[in-house]
Design a protein around this ligand. Structure first.
Ligand SMILES: Nc1nc2c(ncn2[C@@H]2O[C@H](COP(=O)(O)OP(=O)(O)OP(=O)(O)O)[C@@H](O)[C@H]2O)c(=O)[nH]1
Ligand SMILES: [Mg+2]
Length: 242
């Protein structure tokens, strides 16, 4: 038995996405009737908030830029405080297809975090060169650690069940891109179960990417370090779970 859509909170981190966020919100609401959409606006200098509100989303404002991890922690806190058992992270730029959400939510019957994997067979999304190998290596180490096949550990398209929401509303890395690799390690160490669903990744519908290839290469190197550091952090206590 899967969670009904009215128990699903869609959390959209957003930075300067006025160009496309309205159409993304409309598509989400049309494809997933009954869901609640919350946009976490992270110090945008454009009209992201006004446009998102007009499109029917609840908008949470951060006073200054915290990055996707900080924004997601607020999203998880909102989910917990409002009593949503499911929180789905979805990009504001149109790259994630809301049609994949029901499959991600259905997987929450057996896992705590369902990852939308871009390389698991669906669609034609591809990355090349050192970035590809770094991502493969990260996925291989995490798959080994979690004893689960995880082919896309840097995906930002994820569904979270109640145990994950409870943990991540207290402990979610706010460092640059820490919302991916490091959050998986924290979850794993706290005993969360992971799974993946093949998703299609679309091209950005408009606006500009928040990071360039140099930044992303630096991140991937940092991610290896973060992985090591994260495994060294003391284990969060499972007894915190409700
Ligand atoms: N809250 C918050 N959201 C951000 C920040 N940077 C990016 N985002 C949002 O996070 C999502 C993913 O960011 P993107 O810039 O699209 O990153 P990406 O999808 O890896 O890169 P592209 O493939 O080039 O689009 C989008 O919804 C952005 O608006 C930030 O600093 N804070
Ligand atoms: Mg994007």
């Amino acid at each position: 038995m899967s969670y009904p859509l009215d128990q699903v909170l869609i959390v959209m981190p957003a930075l300067n996405e006025e160009e496309v966020i309205a159409s993304v919100i409309s598509e989400v609401r049309a494809t997933l009737p009954g869901v609640t959409v919350v946009v976490v606006n992270d110090g945008s200098t454009d009209q992201t908030s006004a446009v998102a509100r007009a499109a029917g989303a609840k908008v949470l404002e951060l006073p200054f830029n915290l990055g996707v991890g900080g924004a997601m922690r607020l999203g998880f806190r909102y989910a917990r405080n409002q009593g949503f058992p499911v929180a789905v992270q979805l990009d504001s730029d149109g790259q994630h297809d809301p049609k994949n959400v029901p499959d991600l939510v259905a997987l929450l019957d057996s896992v705590d975090v369902a990852i939308g994997a871009r390389f698991a067979g669906s669609g034609t999304y591809e990355v090349r060169g050192p970035r590809k190998w770094a991502m493969r290596l990260l996925s291989a180490s995490l798959s080994r650690a979690t004893r689960t096949q995880l082919s896309d550990t840097t995906s930002g398209f994820k569904a979270h069940g109640p145990r994950a929401i409870d943990l991540f509303s207290r402990d979610f890395p706010a460092e640059y891109l820490g919302d991916t690799i490091e959050s998986l390690v924290i979850g794993h160490r706290a005993g969360l179960r992971f799974g993946q669903v093949a998703v299609t990744m679309r091209a950005r519908a408009g606006g500009v990417p928040s990071h360039n290839s140099l930044k992303s290469a630096i991140y991937l190197m940092r991610a290896f370090l973060a992985l090591t550091v994260a495994f060294l952090r003391p284990k969060p206590k499972a007894s915190h779970f409700a």
